[in-house]
Design a protein around this ligand. Structure first.
Ligand SMILES: Nc1ncnc2c1ncn2[C@@H]1O[C@H](COP(=O)(O)OP(=O)(O)OP(=O)(O)O)[C@@H](O)[C@H]1O
Ligand SMILES: [Mg+2]
Length: 440
């Protein structure tokens, strides 16, 4: 079977990755430098050459793995081997993890840390964690305990990531010398940069998108720097505390639907559940550009009331941004009335900050569920813009332009989920609807 042709030229950090035997390794860099592809090819080549090999490809959640990393693996890495019958996909069972099974006996399992039982019951030689900044250090160390298969003479935990906050555990682990960090740059990627350093035509288009980014997203995704946003509004946000599994939502909890209209900018619809103690959980979200309000309304109904029958509690209120025409269209197509959001910014932000801080019982009052997003907007992915509320939080900053009062107003960019979330909090914490009335 080793006559399967593999067409892949690793360069720079990717070539170094292929040689590395360090027990913990992370390839880090700006967007599109070829990190994921390098790790995936390495996995595949080792599987082809080692019949006893068992590998694991993992991400924070199974859904995110399937929609990103595994698409690349399937289309760009194993497509020919699958067509030749050398590799077979197995979808898994109650007990067994899904994975790619090689004719020679090697196996690459796949899974998310949100459902650890299946993947953590096996032992591996090599693990690849994609987008590793999403993992907690506990996830990483738990994965490490599974590295003892003995199918290779060495074992390794390999990760790929864009840089995050300068004090992220992954960066600190590298600084402490426990993990080796390889820095991947755009010239390592032959799709975007020619051997002489000039950009390919794909590279010109891709870099133009990265050049259009601003703030901390630009520093991390364009320049590959471990950077913190200056003047971050939600400093209290900590994904290890505030990001929770959807299974926490109980059927009896009160529901709210909150909507911020947009067409060129994303339309954002957030479903919130409220527990008996008044804590709020964002459990579902539509975040999408270039779609008519009536189509959004149909989509919303197809989720909550497929075939006309509600499958979850109806929201106590549908809270909306004020655009009269959009509200009228939404009401007509949803068959529900809506109420106008309280849109004052400064007190809304303060109330949201207060909810993010741990209360007397040590728990915050606002959470976001992992994989709340219904469907990722391909245009936003392409443009490297935030694709959901969570992705806005770490770039949401105070406007510090000369002449502005400090901490008075946020920068008005990539703030659609932020506005929507604030309307939800205002509804519960700021009391009283705005006096503005909406007339048909
Ligand atoms: N050595 C290579 N040869 C040909 N194409 C490559 C190579 N490396 C990467 N690419 C292509 O470049 C694009 C970006 O690669 P990849 O997704 O691996 O980047 P990444 O660094 O993981 O990006 P992100 O930071 O967004 O996760 C993909 O289309 C990939 O197929
Ligand atoms: Mg990647």
């Amino acid at each position: 079977m080793t006559n399967t042709v593999v067409r892949y030229e690793p360069r720079g950090a990717a070539a170094e990755l292929f040689r590395a035997r360090d027990p913990e390794l992370c390839i880090v860099g700006a967007a599109g430098t070829g990190k994921s592809l390098a790790c995936l090819y390495r996995m595949h080549l080792i599987a082809i050459q080692n019949p006893q090999f068992r590998g694991l490809i993992v991400r924070k959640t199974a859904v995110s793995l399937t929609s990103t990393t595994l698409v690349t693996f399937k289309k760009k890495v194993v497509a020919e081997a699958v067509a030749a019958g050398v590799v077979r996909w197995y979808g898994g069972s109650q007990q067994e993890a899904a994975g790619y099974y090689y004719e020679n006996g090697a196996v690459i399992n796949v899974g998310g840390m949100d459902k650890p039982e299946k993947i953590m019951s096996s032992e591996y030689d090599l693990v690849f964690a994609d987008e590793a900044t999403e993992l907690t250090v506990d996830d990483w160390e738990a994965i490490g305990t599974r590295l003892r298969n003995g199918g290779l003479s060495w074992q390794q935990q390999m990760a790929a990531a864009n840089p995050g906050h300068p004090t992220h555990w992954l960066k600190l682990r590298a600084d402490e010398g426990k993990l080796r960090m390889l820095t991947s740059v755009h010239r390592d990627n032959p799709r975007f940069v020619n051997a002489d350093g000039t950009l390919t035509s794909d590279g010109v288009a891709y870099m133009a998108k990265l050049d259009a980014l601003t703030g901390v997203r630009r520093l991390r995704l364009r320049e590959g720097k471990w950077a913190a946003a200056e003047g971050l509004i939600y400093e209290e946000w900590d994904p290890t505390t505030h990001l929770v599994d959807k299974s926490v939502i109980q059927p009896g909890w009160t529901r709210w639907l909150v909507i911020d209209f947009g067409f060129t900018n994303p339309f954002c619809a957030q479903w919130w559940a409220e527990d008996g103690d008044g804590r709020l959980y964002l459990y579902r979200e539509i975040y999408k550009t270039k779609t008519l309000v009536e189509d959004h309304a149909r989509h919303i109904l197809s989720i909550v009331a497929p075939g006309g029958k509600w499958i979850e509690p109806k929201p106590r209120a549908v809270i909306c941004d004020h655009d009269a025409e959009d509200r009228a269209t939404l009401e007509r197509h949803l068959g529900m009335s809506t109420s106008a959001a309280s849109k004052t910014v400064k007190d809304g932000i303060q109330a949201t900050q207060a909810r993010l801080r741990p209360a007397g019982d040590g728990r915050p009052r606002l959470f976001i569920c992992q994989d709340a997003l219904v469907e990722r907007d391909a245009a936003l992915v392409e443009a490297k813009r935030p694709t959901c509320t969570v992705e806005e939080i770490t770039g949401y900053i105070w406007d510090a332009q000369p002449g502005k009062q400090p901490k008075e107003a946020p920068v008005k960019a990539d703030d659609h989920g932020m506005d929507t979330m604030r309307y939800m909090v205002a509804e519960r914490d700021l009391g009283g609807r705005p006096s503005m009335r909406w007339l048909t």
